[in-house]
Design a protein around this ligand. Sequence first.
Ligand code: SF4
Length: 261
Amino acid sequence: MSVKGPRKAYEDAKVHLELLGEAHEIECKVRVGRTQVHELLPLARSLSASILAISTAHARAQGKEISCQKGCTHCCRQLVPVSPIEARRLGEVMAAMPEPRRAEVRERFVRAIGRLEQAGLVDSKAPKGRAALVSKEATSSAAWDDVSRRYYELRIDCPFLEGDLCSIYEERPIACREYNAVTDPALCEALDPGIEIAPRPSPMGDVLTKVTGELTGKPQAGIPLPLALEWARVHGKTLERERDGEAMFWALLRVMEEDGA
Ligand code: SF4
């Protein structure tokens, strides 16, 4: 589908959602008119933040407090899946970094990928633009558990982690924003199956990945954070395809609903 007409304008929208057993109204800004697929990111972040606020309030009402604190970085050594649109954005964030910082962060990415290849988690012979980790498990949930565990055993710092703080906090992926643990950080440190996060519907990063697949006509998968820049260099342009902004908004809402929001 191609879209003709003047580029971009925003409309205010109110979204009515049934969340955690209650009706909620969420306000957001929707891009209308010709819009590139990657421009869905601000809307997805905004909906994620509103849902997160509801989820946090819901957890507190049940007597659960968010245990995530500044300087706690266990989740920054866990496997963080990044949606394709976010991978492209991280490429832009890197491009905007001044030297020599950019070179330093890039070197951390290179080292992280090297360790993943060495551990057999990333196929070193696969063409660049890789998104898959290598598991010997057959079913998808067992494969996810397997690669998550093996990834965490390597204790690879996220390349954006500096002095136990996220150096790109305002641009961090949705998976990082939505990791809202309500259990003891010691469980995060041990990657214990008992880690509990504040209850919320389907992760917005997964929703964004799925809708991106629909909008680009090619199924997409979450990208392990260390592979995000490589993926963006190879495939990022595919997200510059133009669609109608309002239609993209409705597609996002539909996938949210299908996935349990
Ligand atoms: S992007 Fe930031 S919050 Fe996310 S894993 Fe990396 S350092 Fe941690």
